[in-house]
Design a protein around this ligand. Structure first.
Ligand code: PMP
Length: 306
């Protein structure tokens, strides 16, 4: 939900929501020249804390570097601006969207003659796939669209243009009555969801596709791997064929927006018994316990606003 009376950080200044506009001839509008982040801030008994702020800002700078975008701020300045934006808007719990894009300059494909703009917005956003989904799981279908091959659009960059691929997947999934679509990579192996990474559990081993399977290096994915290994669960980053989705005991999605969401069916075939599995539930609990400050923040994942 937008707060239209709120503020958006725009090139170093807090601008009124209604005045945070760009020109229609901005390079980004025509060619998708942007990189961005999605970050969450959680409110718990110790205050408001941004989850893995440093890693998100680092990924933003990595994305920008891939596209030769020189952000005219330091990572520390961007982190500070993110914290400020949350506070200025009086938000305790929110989703934060920093975006770096090519503005209005020249409209040739060459992006280097358009000025770089940096924007940070924050708003209240509930669970991406629905609160109920966290408990009962979602229904997904394997998309007919593939994830971009590594020599087409780099998947490690969280770039606006990559989400044209994600949009095709999401629209197809919804059209077919699914909550989300799962992409295969250019080799036909399992990659990820349109906006989430994917994990499978088979015979007590946790599997997730490796970077070679054309996916975004998710920060939630990394967090879940750390939590699973801490519990002495075996985690393997391995390329997997599509049919692993049909024989897995449990499957779940991870993402800043989706958090840890179980999958209950793939292509209308039930996953296990068709609900949230025990390993998924354990990992969800471990994840949410950190966010709620119910356990020690032993990896320093929370940056409190005060
Ligand atoms: N893959 C894609 C395509 C995504 O858009 C996202 C969301 N940023 C993810 C994976 C999950 O990444 P993270 O856990 O860092 O949000």
């Amino acid at each position: 939900a937008w707060d239209k009376n709120g503020k958006i950080w725009f090139n170093g200044e807090q601008v009124g929501w209604k005045n945070a506009n760009i020109h229609v001839l901005s390079h980004v509008v025509h060619y998708g020249s942007s990189v961005f982040e999605g970050i969450r801030c959680y409110h718990n008994k110790q205050g408001s804390a941004v989850f893995r702020l440093e890693e998100h800002v680092e990924r933003l700078f990595d994305s920008a570097r891939i596209y030769r975008m020189e952000i005219p701020y330091t990572p520390a300045e961007i982190s500070q601006a993110i914290r400020e934006t949350i506070k200025t808007n009086g938000l305790k719990e929110c989703y934060i969207r920093p975006v770096v894009f090519r503005g209005q300059g020249e409209l040739g494909v060459n992006p280097l003659n358009s000025p770089l703009e940096v924007v940070i917005a924050a708003w209240k956003w509930g669970s991406y796939l629905g609160q109920e989904a966290l408990e009962v799981g979602v229904d997904v279908g394997v998309s007919t669209w593939r994830r971009m091959a590594p020599d087409t659009l780099p998947n490690m960059a969280k770039a606006g243009a990559n989400y044209m691929n994600s949009q095709l997947v999401k629209m197809e999934a919804l059209e077919n009555g699914y909550d989300e679509g799962i992409l295969l990579d250019y080799q036909g192996m399992i990659s990820e969801g349109s906006g989430e990474n994917i994990f499978l559990i088979k015979d007590e081993v946790i599997y997730t596709p490796p970077l070679a399977s054309s996916l975004l290096k998710g920060i939630t994915r990394d967090s879940v791997i750390i939590l699973a290994r801490e519990m002495d669960l075996e985690v393997r980053e391995e390329q997997m064929p599509r049919e692993m989705l049909y024989v897995a005991d449990e499957i779940f999605l991870t993402g800043t927006a989706a958090e840890v969401t179980p999958i209950r069916s793939v292509d209308r075939i039930n996953v296990g018994s068709g609900g949230r599995g025990p390993v998924t539930e354990k990992l969800q609990q471990a994840f949410f316990q950190i966010l709620r400050a119910e356990v020690d923040d032993r990896w320093g994942w929370l940056t409190y606003l005060e």
